[in-house]
Write a protein that binds this ligand. Structure first.
Ligand code: TXE
Length: 503
């Protein structure tokens, strides 16, 4: 492992954030949550610790803004122009957003840059969709009838965002909700709330009216929970763990609000012997360690065809050993895990893997570095000889840990890939197009990459199969999640007294 750790305290400034409700900052109860950097152990930010009353105030502001029509009644082109302005303002602040996400997540800025820029790209694309919202007209119902299917914005939406990609995941929800004409209450993670507050402030600066974007910071309980159960919220879009997703679903029953859940994953990287192995080594490595493995589509399980497995693993282990760990300002490949408890959970999983019979091919423990005694750094770890019934094969670890299982032929690879409860994203590495397409069609996941990985474009819809959730984000399908269809049937003829289901 190469050490490039240099500057433990990347910023001595503590950034302080309040809620943002109805276009104004507010401190609520006055209680705060301190965010300790997982790199240095120092406080890097303080967020208002929200209460149920803060959520109630934010939902009221969002409801009033929605009902006033100040946003939802704008022509789609005008909403699109406002979203274009928002993208432009965010771009002017891109370095600030990268710096604060990196400091709060504990990741190098060079790792945070791509996801933040991709988040702004989501707003660009959502802007282009705003004017495309339209319905259907039916004139084939007989001469007396005209039917209209009108797509309308859902109303007030609650957006619950996790800590791994704060700006990106916020934008991939907020952009589409706003494009559809909804108003929003955002609940960012209690570990990484800074960028959500800044995005809301910048939305106002871009001309998006007061009350359209509101943010309440605070803990999952009470803030997230109140948002999920609030009777005047029409949809909750949640990204996070499967267990919390189930709680959100429970809370949503109060008013049968719609729920969109983007939950965990246990993605397979399937490497066939006929793959471009140079490419596959780099892709598998990237998928395993991107954002230090704190990624719902992290390539957590390497499935490698047995004829090339030994060679592939030698190369992968060598590359893993070259990786640099570091803080926000370092030229590093991966950073610290989100907090000490999470680091302990990841280290425990490594131990469980070894007890289950895995052998460690790279890494295997916490990074031991005197300057970073407080740092939550886990070495990129390869666990070899993992079997499908092992916990480390089945459960989401959410750290820089990849398990290795060998297979023989496409059928076995598919069976291994599908045997987990999750179904978010899998990757296939092969130069054989027939094989690629056949395998792709048989994988049970919302996304399958072929010869690339953890890639994406706002046009390409994203979401889970199985326990990875339901509902879709991004693309046209993601946009339509924030709408509902109204049917209007008009009789224009003279069929006096004849009603009902006439054919
Ligand atoms: O997530 P939570 P945690 C997975 C990953 C990780 C595990 C736990 O495996 O190790 O989840 O992380 C809010 N009602 N992912 O505990 O609890 C919370 O405040 C409403 C995968 O941090 O799911 C935060 O804003 N909201 C994942 C958000 O839910 C509640 C990303 C996510 O937190 C709530 C993150 C409640 N009762 C973790 N309780 C992905 N899919 O990318 C908490 N929250």
């Amino acid at each position: 492992m190469t050490d490039t750790l240099r500057d433990p305290a990347t910023s001595s400034d503590i950034r302080r954030y309040q809620h943002f409700i109805d276009g104004k900052p507010g401190s609520g109860s006055g209680e705060v949550i301190a965010r300790y950097s997982p790199v240095s152990g120092q406080v890097v930010a303080e967020y208002a610790a929200g209460t149920e009353a803060d959520i109630d105030a934010a939902v009221l502001a969002a409801r009033n803004a929605f009902n006033s029509g100040v946003w939802s009644d704008l022509p789609g082109l005008a909403r699109g122009r406002a979203l274009n302005r928002l993208a432009s303002v965010l771009r002017n602040h891109v370095d600030e957003l990268i710096a604060l996400d990196a400091a709060e997540v504990g990741t190098p800025q060079r790792v945070a840059r791509g996801p933040v820029e991709a988040g702004i790209g989501q707003i660009d694309f959502a802007a282009s969709l705003a004017s495309t919202l339209h319905g259907e007209i039916h004139t084939n119902l007989g001469p007396d009838f005209t039917g209209l299917l009108v797509r309308e914005p859902l109303g007030v939406v609650g957006l619950i965002v996790p800590w791994n990609f704060p700006t990106l995941i916020l934008c991939q929800k907020l952009g589409y909700a706003l494009a559809a004409g909804c108003t929003a209450v955002v609940k960012p993670s209690e570990f990484t709330s800074g960028s959500a507050v800044r995005v809301a402030e910048l939305a106002l600066e871009a001309g998006i009216p007061e009350g359209v974007v509101n943010v309440v910071t605070g803990y999952g309980n009470p803030v997230g929970q109140r948002l999920a159960e609030h009777p005047d919220v029409d949809l909750v879009s949640f990204t996070g763990s499967t267990a919390t997703g189930q709680r959100v679903l429970e809370s949503s029953k109060s008013n049968l609000k719609r729920v969109s859940l983007e939950l965990g994953g246990k993605a397979a990287q399937i490497v066939f012997a006929d793959a471009d192995l140079d490419d596959a080594v780099e892709g598998v490595l990237f998928a395993a360690i991107h954002n230090q493995g704190e990624c719902c589509v992290a390539g957590a399980r390497l499935l490698v065809e047995d004829s090339v497995a030994d060679e592939f693993l030698d190369r992968l282990a060598k590359r893993a050993g070259d990786l640099r760990l570091g803080g926000p300002d370092d030229e590093a490949d991966l950073g610290a895990l989100i907090h000490p408890d999470h680091m302990r959970k990841v280290l425990d999983y490594i131990n469980v893997g070894v007890q289950e019979g895995a052998s460690i091919r790279a890494g295997g423990g916490q990074l031991d570095h005197p300057e970073y005694a407080q740092g939550c750094f886990v070495q990129p770890t390869i666990l070899d000889n993992v079997t499908p019934t092992d916990r480390v094969f089945q459960e989401e670890i959410f750290g820089p840990v990849v398990t290795v299982t060998r297979f023989s032929g496409a059928d076995e690879a598919i069976e291994l890939a599908n045997v987990v409860e999750y179904g978010l994203g899998n990757t296939v590495w092969t130069k054989n197009i027939d094989k690629a397409l056949t395998v792709t069609r048989r994988l049970h996941s919302g996304t399958v990459w072929v010869n690339t990985t953890i890639d994406g474009s706002p046009q390409l819809t994203f979401g889970g199969y199985k326990a990875s959730g339901y509902g879709r984000e991004m693309g046209k399908a993601g946009f339509e999640e924030y709408t509902q269809i109204k049917t209007i049937q008009i009789r224009t003829g003279t069929r006096v007294g004849k009603f009902g289901l006439l054919s």
